[in-house]
Design a protein around this ligand. Structure first.
Ligand SMILES: Cc1cc2nc3c(=O)[nH]c(=O)nc-3n(C[C@H](O)[C@H](O)[C@H](O)COP(=O)(O)OP(=O)(O)OC[C@H]3O[C@@H](n4cnc5c(N)ncnc54)[C@H](O)[C@@H]3O)c2cc1C
Ligand code: FES
Ligand code: FES
Length: 471
């Protein structure tokens, strides 16, 4: 049996745990405020808030209910627009109206939920964070300026928010109804219920499976990985960073260990999907999905990461680069699952860069992507790992290109020679994201971009870009 709180109401249900929260909310609970748009995580019309207790703090995150199985709601507080409606409009709802941020209204509930999630969040109130909170919401009517003004207006009101008693302050100022004050106590009472069947199909956040197999997921026996405690830890032992398979993109993006290691992490991860999707998307899901342009896969291939695979009896550790055998073909038996991901922190003088090009800068999958990690000893390349996506049947570790550069001087001549080897390693195909020749050229430019960005004083763009490109 699943148990969670939907707005004010305690839900106990034996309905199939693979049913989407969107269908549960609209068709089982008859709450029609949450809208159905794309059902693919792209439009944000179905955005809800999901509250859970993490390290003794009640935290809310926005998620797209169209991709969320109700099995992932177990022990949590699900908030739809009906759960924040009060006698009078909340300051979020009022700001959207006052600034002219609603016309046909179809997207409005999604924006209201995302901005209310921003108010409930523990992060600092700032215009930048307010805009980031609605990066997964699309509006076809307003042109966004009015919604941007509404977001700024809300930030101004939050400036007096008391961070230590966030929920109390939001209730007192009528951002959320009074019942929120009792949610933490109520969640503790139902926190320990179980919802898993270890022999069935693994589901992380569901952001891949519910797009690919939407109709059949409700009838599928599921092993819910998302909330398993042992799959959600992040830590460091010696020189090794490890984290559980169900850690999400957003968990990593906001973790001190990662922020410390990767100064551009926020910028790099901002290129990946949207806030509600990042809140759901697990790293193992990205690896197993095996999309040739999986951003997290490319990121961790360049870190030469390892994965720990487990089944009921055994564990084994392999390099991520050896996980991929062919298009969607993995070195993994049907009983095995990813338990942990590990990578070693390199010595000093190590640099990292990630590049992604897509038709639209945000909320789009890559036409091509690439990541590079390089360690220098003075001007000699002591170690280097390079990965490229969108140019092979699976996410590609550039073995030959990396091997060629290892031990060489860091100069334009060697990078140009390596770029030739790179072309021999990739085999892009023509598809909706670009033709084969475009992807070859793009990958060369991304490869150059790593060096131009990381070593602007040593490597001049002109020296790399003067050569003609022949595919
Ligand atoms: C709107 C939208 C935007 C997106 N944008 C991007 C983007 O910019 N970049 C990008 O790379 N991806 C993007 N994605 C794809 C997707 O979000 C990611 O691939 C995500 O990391 C998948 O993780 P998940 O937990 O949601 O996967 P799920 O759908 O839960 O699972 C995916 C696969 O992994 C398997 N699996 C899950 N956990 C485990 C485990 N521990 N062990 C073994 N197998 C497991 C499942 O059985 C399934 O085969 C986007 C998706 C959507 C819907
Ligand atoms: S309906 Fe479009 S994101 Fe869910
Ligand atoms: S107001 Fe019509 S889609 Fe946003």
């Amino acid at each position: 049996m699943l148990e969670f709180i939907l707005n004010t109401k305690k839900i106990q249900t034996d309905l199939p745990s693979g049913m989407t929260m969107l269908d549960f909310v609209r068709y089982e609970s008859h709450l029609k405020g949450t809208k159905i748009g794309c059902r693919e995580g792209d439009c944000g019309a179905c955005t809800i808030l999901v509250g859970e207790i993490i390290d003794n703090v009640l935290r809310y995150r926005s998620m797209t209910s169209c991709l969320m199985p109700i099995g992932n709601a177990n022990g949590k507080h699900i908030v739809t627009v009906e759960g924040i409606n009060m006698e009078e409009l909340s300051p979020v709802q009022k700001a959207i109206i006052d600034e002219g941020g609603t016309q046909c209204g179809f997207c409005t509930v999604g924006f209201v939920m995302s901005l209310t999630g921003y108010c409930l969040d523990t992060i600092k109130a700032s215009n930048e964070n307010a805009i980031a909170s609605i990066d997964g919401n699309i509006c076809r009517c307003t042109g966004y300026k009015s919604l941007e003004k509404a977001a700024f207006n809300i930030t101004e009101q939050l400036n007096n928010r008391n961070a230590d008693s966030r929920i109390k302050w939001l209730i007192e100022n009528k951002f959320i109804p009074a019942y929120f004050a009792d949610i933490q106590r109520r969640l503790i009472a139902i926190k320990n219920t179980k919802n898993t069947n270890s022999t069935s199909i693994k589901v992380g956040g569901g952001t891949d499976l519910y797009v690919q197999k939407h109709d059949s997921m409700i009838h599928t026996e599921i092993d819910f990985m998302f909330d398993k405690k042992e799959l959600n830890e992040i830590g460091k032992i010696g020189n090794t960073i490890y984290f559980g398979a169900s850690v999400t993109v957003e968990d990593l993006r906001s973790h001190a260990i990662m922020l410390d290691l990767f100064p551009d992490l926020l910028l790099h991860f901002k290129l990946i999907s949207s806030s509600p999707i990042r809140n759901m998307a697990t790293i193992a899901g990205n690896f197993v999905n095996a999309s040739p342009i999986g951003d997290m896969t490319i990121f961790f291939l360049a870190l030469d990461a390892r994965i720990v695979l487990s089944d009921a009896k055994n564990k084994r550790t392999i390099k991520l680069k050896d996980f991929y055998k062919g298009y969607k073909s993995l070195d993994k038996s049907s009983e095995e699952f990813i338990e942990q991901i590990q990578f070693d922190v390199a010595t000093k003088n190590t640099y990292f860069n990630f590049e992604k090009v897509s038709k639209r800068t945000h909320l789009d999958i890559a036409s091509a992507n690439s990541a590079l990690r390089i360690s220098l000893n003075e001007n000699t390349i002591e170690d280097i790992s390079i990965a490229a996506g969108g140019v092979f049947a699976y996410p590609l570790y550039l073995t030959k290109t990396s091997a060629f550069l290892k031990g060489k001087f860091l100069n334009a001549e060697n990078i140009l020679a390596a770029a030739e080897i790179l072309q021999s390693e990739i085999a892009p195909i023509t598809d909706a994201r670009g033709d084969m020749q475009y992807k070859r050229l793009l990958t060369r430019q991304l490869f150059f971009a790593h060096f131009i960005k990381l070593f602007p004083d040593n490597i001049a763009a002109d020296a790399l870009l003067q050569n003609e490109f022949n595919a």
